[in-house]
Design a binder for this molecule. Structure first.
Ligand SMILES: [Zn+2]
Length: 376
């Protein structure tokens, strides 16, 4: 199985011509839609590349099918890898060269339409680590995000999922009110259980502070005071609070995905991820926290699941998605009743468990990694 991981590297703005990259992106979009376009003033080497990628793009991490005209399509690029012993892999004329002898990445004529124009960026540690794990960076992409130029590197690795040891790692992606819950299961018993994650109250409070300040700025602007010093300061503060909230969510998703992948590997576990009904979770979060914060929290959870799956695949941890309920009896599927202290009780069969652990019992009921081995 081929596993992929990707990283985004910000390119130096002053050395990149954003309009040129924009044109390349538009051209990529056309090529991907099946048009034969040759533009006389763009380098042939790069145009030639695009056609070579045509049937490839969907398999690349960033290569999603452009649905709209002029939708932002990242420009796929081949890479040349030059290793420490001087050996090389890839196309010698590739526009992106990863040089492991001097630990730099050279971009030839992809940042500006000038013959021989080269931009050098330092080799990220991420690349060294992925290569150290047996990966290879065969492709790169260049594109703009929020009008800033970025290089995306895509590492690829052939990996076979390991045989699970008998442990199950069940991951419940709940509303994030009590964090993400995970349990380690063996022989039908919960060996350990933890609720981990971000305190959404902190996000909500940061976000609401930002909104309050933005409102204040808006009020003062309407009074014609936009130049006043404190208006500018309030505007800056609002932006800072908002981006702080975004960063917190992202950092938490990265941290948890990493932690749980490591845990799966350590125990040789079979991983079960709650197959979230995103639509109803979205409604729940919006009802509880309001539209903007709700959506922000939702995107954090989605990001977490995506990162987790990417890493599990990369390290060959077997996983599957299962709906892990918290209000339905894992024994008889009867609706559970909540009692004091968040205890869930089944009036039909007498099942009783703390609410947050009910999804773990669903994992015990539904998942039998051993069966899979026997079936093979
Ligand atoms: Zn029951």
């Amino acid at each position: 199985m081929k596993a992929h991981r990707a990283i985004l590297i910000k390119l130096p703005r002053d050395k990149c011509d954003a309009n040129y990259i924009k044109r390349l992106m538009a051209l990529t979009n056309l090529v991907y839609r099946g048009f034969e376009v040759r533009v006389s003033d763009l380098p042939k080497t790069i145009q030639h590349q695009l056609y070579g990628f045509k049937n490839y793009m969907e398999s690349l991490v960033f290569g999603t099918t452009p649905k709209k005209w002029f939708a932002e399509t990242w420009v796929p690029l081949k890479t040349l890898r030059i290793y420490q012993d001087g050996s090389m892999k890839g196309d010698k004329g590739a526009p992106v060269a990863l040089d492991f002898r001097s630990d730099v990445i050279r971009l030839r004529q992809v940042c500006r339409n000038e013959p021989g124009f080269v931009v050098e960026v330092p080799m990220p540690r991420w690349v060294i680590e992925r290569v150290g794990e047996g990966g290879d960076v065969k492709f790169a992409m260049i594109g703009l995000r929020d009008d800033e130029p970025y290089l995306a590197l895509i590492a690829e690795r052939m990996v076979e999922p390991y045989q699970p040891s008998g442990y199950i790692l069940a991951i419940d992606v709940n509303s994030w009110r009590y964090g993400i819950a995970w349990g380690l299961i063996r022989n039908g018993r919960i060996v350990s259980f933890k609720q981990d994650g971000l305190n959404p109250q902190r996000i909500v409070s940061l976000y609401n502070q930002a909104v309050r300040r933005e409102k204040k700025v808006g009020r003062l602007k309407r009074l014609g005071l936009e130049d006043a010093l404190n208006v500018k300061r309030a505007g800056r503060m609002a932006r800072r609070l908002r981006s702080h909230a975004y960063r917190l969510i992202r950092a938490e998703a990265v941290f948890l995905a990493r932690k749980l992948t490591k845990k799966a590997l350590r125990y040789g576990a079979f991983v079960v991820i709650d197959d979230v009904d995103w639509e109803s979770l979205r409604e729940l979060l919006i009802r509880r926290y309001g539209g903007r914060v709700g959506k922000l929290l939702l995107s954090g959870l989605k990001g977490f699941v995506k990162l987790l799956v990417t890493q599990l695949e990369w390290y060959g941890a077997p996983y599957e998605f299962r709906r892990l309920y918290s209000r339905k009896c894992p024994r008889c599927e009867h609706e559970l009743t909540q009692e004091e202290g968040r205890t869930m009780v089944c009036t039909n069969c007498g099942f009783k468990a703390p609410r947050d652990k009910v999804p773990m019992y669903w994992a015990i009921k539904e998942v039998h990694p051993g069966d899979r081995e026997k079936a093979q």
